[in-house]
Design a protein around this ligand. Sequence first.
Ligand SMILES: NC(=O)c1ccc[n+]([C@@H]2O[C@H](COP(=O)([O-])OP(=O)(O)OC[C@H]3O[C@@H](n4cnc5c(N)ncnc54)[C@H](OP(=O)(O)O)[C@@H]3O)[C@@H](O)[C@H]2O)c1
Length: 154
Amino acid sequence: MGAHVTGVCSTKNLEMVRSLGADQVIDYTREDFAQNGQKYDLIFQLGGTHSPSHCRRALTPKGRLVLSSGDSDGRWLGPLDRIIKAAILSPFVSQALVSLSTRRSQKDLDHLRDLIEAGKLITVIDRTYPLHEVPEAVHYVEKGHTSGKVVITG
Ligand SMILES: NC(=O)c1ccc[n+]([C@@H]2O[C@H](COP(=O)([O-])OP(=O)(O)OC[C@H]3O[C@@H](n4cnc5c(N)ncnc54)[C@H](OP(=O)(O)O)[C@@H]3O)[C@@H](O)[C@H]2O)c1
């Protein structure tokens, strides 16, 4: 869609994220994307536990932070802590700090299917498990370090 994309991931996923088309990749185990002086128009927090005020440092004055990560740093409220902080802070700053909740929509699914069929959306499958190994699959996903999706075969 024409955006210049920076991906943030751990060392083992650097090449994979690059291969998916990221223009730049930051290894979060070595560098904090919010403290390297770079500014972004949009930050999509898919993983991690950085607070909205921390992420805001890396936003342009009219930038937007979209919170989607369900990761928790052990605090009582879990990811809700970031959502509440963003809602409180957002009216007082020039940037938009919002949370994302997925909603099923036929239109969106049709669009995704079109992108997949056109080869523009690539799904990375980390592992597949047969149905009788669902507990092992869930255990693997629960560790939170997959490199892509985990699929159950019928
Ligand atoms: N908002 C919503 O409606 C919604 C819906 C579904 C899921 N989610 C959230 O979306 C996220 C992804 O879901 P998923 O099912 O793909 O999770 P997943 O299978 O557990 O994968 C998480 C990935 O994030 C990486 N990661 C962990 N910490 C990171 C960090 N600080 N920066 C960058 N990458 C990091 C992990 O690899 P490494 O540990 O090796 O880095 C792993 O590859 C989860 O946080 C989930 O809670 C939100």
